[in-house]
Design a binder for this molecule. Structure first.
Ligand SMILES: C[S@@+](CC[C@H](N)C(=O)[O-])C[C@H]1O[C@@H](n2cnc3c(N)ncnc32)[C@H](O)[C@@H]1O
Length: 313
């Protein structure tokens, strides 16, 4: 496992955008000489005829990142924020330059920062007003504010939020988003606020999933048909039992109309709080309790079909 991690470490050292723009997105790279015909995908700038050049674009279902990318405006400034490399991978594979990435759990704005770093735009919704102010400020300081619209609201509100997103998209001269990113609270694992609308305060797993499904429906409505969504989610333990939040949320995405394309297992890195004695304590608890400590989370990829068969709620 260590050897595998080392190999990936070598691979993800450079930001993917630099590599792709230097090599694969330009002509004259080490493409198959017999195959000069460009095969650009309808939803991405990647040219499949240059597939050999995309060394750092993941195509396997196991993602092992060596640490958190802390360059280009990214920082570990929010407990529970995701590693930017997830967004680098997803945005590069599933969007074109100028496309709009919609994030319904914006948090500290990782998706918005990475979207603009890669020449895309972004609309984000976040419940906590202080995070909205913080992300706006951060993006303005980075001179990226005009490509991003940030909305303070409840993403599970199916009346108000789709209209607010529409207004946001209009500000960017777009009718729909081209990629949907969802990184919800992992139920009550981290409590993000005191608000009842906060998914981390849902009273039960079922209530959490119902709220999540409402968010999935809002996302579905705002996403262009034929485009993709990425969900980052981990499981949890409760009362000595594993609660498979990842699979439950996947099912709710399907109920909202999305088709599952891939389940990726990603190592947890860059957020570790438990070091030294705490780590030992958890090892002891795992051994004693007959369970395994979470070292992974999921990145689940979905597609919004071009013809929608979703039943109205
Ligand atoms: C796991 S964090 C997302 C972190 C984000 N991907 C980042 O990198 O910073 C989940 C976020 O969802 C927000 N949230 C929870 N319930 C929400 C709701 N109903 N509507 C909008 N945002 C919500 C929380 O405040 C928190 O910031």
């Amino acid at each position: 496992m260590k050897e595998q991690a080392r190999q990936f470490a070598k691979k993800d050292r450079k930001p993917l955008s630099a590599k792709t723009s230097n090599k694969a997105l330009k002509s004259g790279s080490k493409t198959d000489p017999k195959n000069t015909e460009s095969k650009t995908l309808a939803y991405s700038d990647l040219d499949v005829s240059k597939w050999r050049d995309y060394e750092d674009i993941e195509t396997g279902s196991l993602w092992m990142f060596s640490g958190r990318d802390k360059q280009n405006g990214h920082q570990l400034d929010y407990h529970g924020n995701c590693v930017p490399q997830i967004l680098t991978q997803l945005i590069t594979r599933y969007t074109k330059t100028g496309d709009v990435v919609l994030d319904l759990f914006l948090g500290s704005g990782t998706s918005a920062i990475e979207a603009v770093n890669l020449g895309r735009r972004s609309v984000g919704v976040e419940l906590k007003p202080e995070m909205v102010d913080y992300v706006r400020e951060k993006l303005t300081e980075q001179d990226k504010g005009d490509q991003v619209v940030i909305i303070n609201g409840n993403s599970a509100d199916e009346q108000w939020t789709p209209k607010a997103i529409q207004r946001g998209l209009k500000q960017l001269d777009a009718a729909q988003a081209q990629f949907l990113f969802l990184h919800p609270p992992y139920a009550d694992i981290i409590r993000f606020s005191e608000s009842k609308a906060d998914l981390s305060n849902a009273e039960s797993t079922e209530a959490f999933l119902d709220q999540f499904e409402a968010v999935a429906r809002v996302g579905y409505e705002s996403l262009e048909p034929g485009r993709f969504a990425g969900l980052v989610i981990g499981d949890k333990y409760a009362n000595g039992e594993l609660i498979p939040l990842g699979f439950y949320c996947m099912d709710r995405m399907n109920r909202a109309g999305f088709k599952t394309k891939s389940i990726i297992v990603k190592n947890m890195t860059g957020n570790e709080k438990a070091k030294g004695r705490m780590n030992n304590l958890w090892r002891y608890r795992a051994l004693k309790g007959g369970f395994y400590l979470f070292k992974h989370e999921y990145v689940i990829v979905f597609e919004k079909p071009t013809s929608s068969k979703r039943a109205k709620k």
